[in-house]
Design a protein around this ligand. Structure first.
Ligand code: SAH
Length: 220
């Protein structure tokens, strides 16, 4: 498990990890606590790993890349859609610090429990609120957010997420179909105008729910 530093060094060398705050968070958060016990020996390989229910914990380079794109700051209030293992939420909680907060929504009940256990063992439960529900609707109760991150592939950007973003805020979301998506960065200007920027191709599990894949295929 000591290959954590090697992995981080490699992510820095390849230019994916750039900022001190993200590097420090990735060095600090124990990824081995967020994978099923029998897979712990693979926690610092740069690969997604199965967490059950057909879902995966994202590969470290993808977490690094998305976190750099999101550019979270100390004190931020952040919404994550797709809690999964809770690892991405822990990275964000580490960066926002005790004065910030992370709200994370997961649609699979068993994964809500899995993430809760993992976040508790890693010591982040006081900065993270886990919600069981359809995150394609965002989480209106705690809106607006400084930043929003979606870690599942959306056929298009759910409007509620744009609405729940503060002016000056930023949303990072993989947009595309089942085969390939493009990481998209949405910035809401202070005057309320919205800018879209398309970044690298990526592959995520699908976002389901009202504004997820079912809506796009007409199967609601
Ligand atoms: N961020 C996670 C990995 C996410 S995998 C981590 O760090 O481990 C994507 C997750 O999104 C899955 O757990 C899946 O169940 C969840 N998901 C898919 N559609 C969703 C929706 N509409 N609302 C909330 N969660 C959703």
């Amino acid at each position: 498990m000591d290959n954590k530093e090697e992995l981080i060094k490699e992510l820095i060398r390849s230019g994916i990890l750039r900022s001190k705050k993200v590097i420090d968070a990735m060095l600090k958060v124990p990824r081995e606590l967020f994978v099923p016990e029998e897979l712990r020996k693979y926690a610092y390989l740069d690969t997604p790993l199965p967490i059950g229910y057909g879902q995966t914990i994202s590969a470290p380079h993808m977490v690094a890349l998305m976190t750099e794109a999101l550019d979270p700051d100390r004190g931020d209030r952040i919404l994550e859609v797709g809690t999964g293992s809770g690892y991405q939420a822990a990275i964000l909680a580490e960066i926002v610090g005790p004065e910030g907060h992370v709200y994370t929504v997961e649609i699979i009940k068993e994964l809500v429990e899995f993430a809760r256990t993992n976040l508790m063992r890693a010591g982040y439960l006081d900065r993270v609120t886990i919600i069981h529900g359809d995150g394609s609707l965002g989480y209106e109760e705690a809106a607006p957010y400084d930043k929003i991150i979606v870690t599942a592939a959306a056929p298009r950007i759910p409007q509620p997420l744009i609405d729940q973003l503060k002016p000056g805020g930023r949303l990072v979301i993989p947009v595309g179909d089942f085969h390939i998506q493009y990481l998209t960065i949405v910035s809401k200007e202070v005057d309320g105008r919205v800018r879209y920027e398309t970044s690298i191709p990526c592959i995520f599990v699908p976002l389901v729910g009202k504004y997820g894949v079912r809506a796009s295929s007409g199967l609601t």
